[in-house]
Design a protein around this ligand. Sequence first.
Ligand code: SF4
Length: 684
Amino acid sequence: TAPTPPDARLVRTTCPYCAVQCTFDLHIERGLPVKVTPTKDCPVAHGTVCKKGLAALSDVRHPERLTQPLLRKNGELVPVGWAEALAYVRDALTPLLDTRPDAVGVFGSGSLTNEKTYLLGKFARLALKTANIDYNGRYCMASASSALNRSVGYDRGLGFPLADMGSSDLILLVGANIAETLPPIMQYLKAAKDRGGVIYAIDPRATTTAKVAGQHLSPRVGTDGVLALGVLHLMKQWGKIRPTAPAHGMPGVLAQADDYPPARVAHECGIDEADLLTLARRYADAARPLILTGRGAEQHAHGTDTVQAWLNLAFLTGHFGKPGGGYGTLTGQGNGQGGREHGQKNDQLPGARSLKDPRHRAEIAALWGVEDTELPQPGRSAQNLLNACGREIEALIVLGSNPVVSAAGAGQVTENLRALKHLIVIDFLPSETAQLATLVLPGSMWCEEEGTTTNLEGRVQRRRRAITVPGAAREDWRILCDLAAAVGRPQGFTYGTFRELQDEFFLATKGGKADYSGLSAERLDRATAQWPVKSATGPDTPYAYAPTYPTADGLATLHVPSFPLPTPPRQLTLTTGRLGNQYQSGTQTRRNAALKAEATAQIHPDTARDHGLRPGDSVTLRTLHGTATLPVQITPAIRPDTVFLPFHWPQTANLLTDPYTLDPHSHMPAFKGTPVTLMPAHSV
Ligand code: SF4
C-alpha cells in the first residue's frame, strides 16, 4: 500500500447538492479531496448519501474549472487580471449607480450558503442601492413558502425533524419524487411502512417513489389542489373537522369544500371516484397523517393555492404541527431553506424580515449603520427581473445561478440577457449563463469555502473549507466585497476574515422570524440545530409550528384557494422535473462522467401511437412559448394526457415554458401544466 501523505486529513462538510444536506468526510491528500466517506452520525441521512453526493468530487479541479477572470473583448471571453476585471466593473456600473441604481439587477441562488445569501442582499441594498435583487428560489419551493407565510406567519419547510416521518401512519407525497430527488429520506418512508403506515405517491407519473410507496394516485397535472378540496369535502361530510387551533378564514374554506363532491373532483382530476374515496377514508382514519408537497404540486401559476388547499386540510383536521403528522414541503435546492430567509429575496431582509415593515427596516438599517430611508423598497421578483433585462435592467450580476437553463421561457430570457449592456457572472464552471457574460469572475465551490447551510427541516450545519480555491479564483464573499470596493462603496464590506462576516450574519438574524442568533461556529461543531435558536445557551426548535404563530394576533389564517378551469380531456399537458442523476440546471452534474443521464420526452404508449411515434424516434414539442426536439421515451408509467421533460439541459424543457404567467403570491412561473403539441421530428 502507498504511504499516507503527511498532509492527509479529514474534513467534515455538507454535500453541494440537495436540501437533505447529507454530511460526509472529505479525505484530503496532497491538497486535494480524494474520497468521500458518508458519516453515520449525520443527523439527517445516517450515512446513506446518494449517487450525486458520492460523485461530488468529480467537479473539483474539473478541466473547465474557472480560475481566472474572463472579460469579453471583440466578442470573445479572454483571460484578464483582477485589476482589469474590477476596473470594468467600476466603469460599467458606476454611471448607472449614480443615476439609475435600479437599472442594475442582482440574481442569486438557493445554493448559496447562509452567509453568502446575507452578504448578497446587503451588497445589493447597501453598495448598489438597487431594489432589484431576487434569486432562483422563485423557481423552487416559493409557492409552499408563500402559502406557509400567508397562513402561519413563517415558513420552515418541515416544521418537525425528518425522523418523525417514520411514525406517520399515512404519508401523502403530493408531486414529490423523493426516491430520485432526495433518496436518503426513503429510509423514513420505509420506517413508516414497516410500522404499518400507508404511503401514497400522488403524481401523474408512476415514479420510482410510487413503486416503493405502494399506493399511487395519478391525477392530471395541475389538479392536486382540487384533490385536496375533494378530501376536505369528505372530511366535513364524515364529521372529521376539528381544527388544530382557532384560525381566521375557516368558514370560507369549509364552505368552498361543499362545491367539491367526489364526482366533480374525480372528473376534474381524471381519477376513479373509488380511489378518491379510499384515499379520503384512509386520511379520516389515520392518527398521524402527513402531507408533503414537492415541486409537482408547487411549480404552477396556482402553486400557492395548491399548497394552501393541502395545508387547510391538515389544519382543519387537527394535524398541522403535530409530531408525525401535518403538512410540510420538501425543499429542493441545497440551501433552499436558508437561501429564502436571509435577504436575497426582492422583499426581504435578513432573519426572514420584511423589507416593507418599518420596524424590520429600522433594525437592519441600524446594524448596517445607515438610515432606514436609504434601504430600497421591494423590487422585481426573479422572473420579472429576467423579463426586464435588456430594457429597464441594463446590467445584471448573477451569483451561482444559470437562468439560461432554469428560467421559464428560457429562449426569451436568453435573448434578454444578450441584450444587457453588462452581464457579470460569478461562478466556478462556465455555465450557459456565464458563456453569455461580458465579465466572468471565478468564484469558490462548496469544498473551498466556509459557511452554514440550512436543510429542508430547518437544520443549520457547518460547511467547512477543505481546500483553497485554484489559480486566481477567489472566495465568493471576497468577490462581493471586491465589487463593493470597485464601485467606490466599500463601507460595510471590509471584513478581515470570514468569521467576521459570519458573526455579523448570525447577529443580523436576531429578532427575526428565522432567528439564528444563538448559533456560532463552535456551537455548530458540537451539534446541528434547527432554527429558531435565540440564545447561545438556549435550545433549538425541533418543532416550529406551535399552536400560536408569529402573526399579528398569534392566529393562523386559512385562505380560500382558487384553481383554473379543468383542461379539455384530449389536451396534452407538459410537465417538467428532475432525474436522479442530475441536479438543477446541470452545470455541475452534466459535466460529471459518473452521473450519466439523457434528456428525453416521456410519453405514454397511447400517445406515441396517436402521434405515429416509435421507440428511437425524436419528437418535436410545441407550446405557445417555443419549440424543442429530443428523443422520445415511450413508457406506460405516465398518464396518456401528459408529457414529461427533465429540465437539466439547455434548449429543452424551459424553451417550452411560460415566462409571463406567474403565481400571484409566490411569483413562481408556470413551469408545469403547459398545453403542448407533438409531432415526429422527421415530419416537421
Ligand atoms: Fe444527500 Fe442530496 Fe447530496 Fe444526495 S444530493 S448526497 S441526498 S444532500
